[in-house]
Design a protein around this ligand. Structure first.
Ligand SMILES: [Zn+2]
Length: 471
């Protein structure tokens, strides 16, 4: 079986063949958060989906370089900075930290690179310069630099690779300055925005005057800098396909930096929208949840992750609180089975149960069909439970099952039940206690332990380190 993905570029399911002649190294870029506010659950569906793609590629033996950018300069951020009177870094750092914490809560692996847009301005200027030299970009009377779609098409390039655009119904030559614009406005978009009073202190020098980059050029610069001018995978939510990703292709390929015959990106993967309680999320409908809102309602990161990866990434998913409760029950069944297997296996070791691994792989090779993957997992849980109940399982079989589960879980990323559900402030207290013990300040260590007990958490010291248990 070969691994296959639905490539938005070809609108078809294709066999995944890396650019690396050795077939091993993979470059993967995912558009990261715009850190102007706390991330909502719709954003996190995309990020957990990228985490799943990365984990599965690693499971399949590929060496993945995972890049996720942090958009720390963009229209919405500038607006908030202007409103609050805070400095740019001062404003965004709070949301950047919160985002990284949320990703950890959801069990996402830390990307290998997390570039900030503001640290790659020189690279953006370089691409814009190349586009200017090729006559594809121009400076407009407002002092900003725009990408000319007409000139790009005149070079034999095609605009509209990820989405079908109806050029007959669109007026060429119009310009759009804002980062986000609708699909029906096929317009020259801003690469470099001339400084305006509302930008405050947010501006950089450039050959075209002081200003700031457009949002789209940010991802072209960061992805090509860290992964090369041609790389394997680019991921994002389906709402980013146009204009953001289309513009990324236009800028990156328009700059003429790829080797002949090579594309900017080989495979484009887009995750579908998330509905919440059956409707599009909106603050006025009361179905708008940040991750933090859900944690405050008593749900754990593990349950939320489970629900976010319970269905196929290309299917619109209806996220509900009832679904979270169902997730809790499903994970409870799984954990109970794993606990029994651990008890039976003891210290016995055995090679992984290959059938379980093969079935799981067959499901996920098919365009990351994680719903089918869960089917395999729960069928396996059922079988294990039946064998356990009938006393038909030997310690070696339990160990073999657990070894396979460990590999499957390297993809699903649920981790172990114990300890992972403690909120960050509890984990912080645990760290403080460990630090006190290390410094032989046992009085302080005991005081922190008492504080944890008062908050409802018990510390169990095990040979593998301390574990937290709910009282
Ligand atoms: Zn992007």
């Amino acid at each position: 079986m070969a691994l296959k993905f639905f490539n938005t570029l070809s609108r078809s399911v294709e066999e995944f063949v890396p650019l690396d002649p050795n077939g091993k190294a993979i470059g993967m870029y995912c558009c990261g958060p715009t850190v102007y506010d706390f991330g909502h659950i719709g954003n996190f569906r995309t990020f957990v989906f990228s985490d799943l793609v990365r984990r599965y590629l690693q499971f399949r033996g590929y060496a993945v370089t995972h890049v996720m950018n942090i958009t720390d300069v963009e229209d919405k951020i500038i607006k908030r900075v202007h409103e609050t009177g805070l400095g740019l870094r001062e404003y965004v750092s709070k949301f950047e930290d919160a985002f990284l914490e949320d990703m950890q809560t959801l069990g996402c692996l830390h990307p290998h690179h997390l570039p900030r847009a503001t640290e790659h301005i020189a690279g953006m200027i370089q691409i814009i310069d190349a586009l200017m030299k090729r006559g594809i970009a121009y400076k407009a009377p407002d002092g900003s630099v725009y990408f000319s779609i007409e000139k790009y098409q005149g070079c034999g390039c095609r605009y509209g690779q990820l989405v079908n655009l109806n050029f007959d119904q669109m007026r060429m030559g119009e310009r759009v300055a804002s980062d986000e614009y609708p699909k029906d406005s096929l317009a020259d978009f801003a690469l470099w925005k001339a400084r305006v009073p509302e930008d405050g202190a947010v501006f950089w020098p450039s050959p075209w005057g002081e200003g700031r980059p457009g949002w789209h050029i940010e991802c072209s610069a960061m992805s090509m800098k860290l992964l090369g001018t041609s790389f394997d995978l680019h991921l994002g939510g389906e709402d980013l396909a146009f204009p953001h990703h289309e513009d990324e292709i236009a800028q990156s390929e328009g700059a003429g930096v790829q080797k002949p015959g090579q594309r900017f990106v080989k495979y484009w993967l887009h995750g579908a929208h998330l509905l919440v309680e059956g409707k599009k999320m909106s603050k006025s409908l009361g179905n708008f949840f940040t991750l933090r809102d859900l944690l405050a309602k008593g749900y754990g990161g593990r349950e939320i992750r489970y629900l976010l990866i319970s269905s196929h990434y290309r299917a619109t998913f209806n996220f509900t609180l009832e679904g979270l409760a169902g997730g809790r029950a499903a994970l409870g069944r799984l954990d109970e089975c794993l606990d029994k297997l651990r008890e039976l296996a003891g210290t016995t070791s055995a090679p992984s149960d290959q059938k379980f691994l093969d079935d799981f792989t067959a499901a996920l090779d098919d365009d990351l069909n994680v719903a089918a993957g869960w089917g395999v997992v729960f069928e396996w849980v059922g079988e294990m439970n039946r064998s356990l109940a009938a006393n038909q399982l030997a310690a070696a079989q339990a160990s073999s099952a657990l070894a396979a589960w460990q590999q499957v879980d390297s993809v699903l990323g649920l981790g172990r039940k114990a300890g992972v559900e403690a909120p960050p402030e509890i984990m912080d207290l645990l760290d403080q206690r460990q630090a006190a013990r290390k410094a032989k300040d046992f009085k302080r260590a005991d005081a922190v332990r008492d504080e944890l007990t008062a908050k409802g958490w018990l510390i169990e010291d095990t040979p593998k380190g301390p574990k937290l248990k709910r009282i």
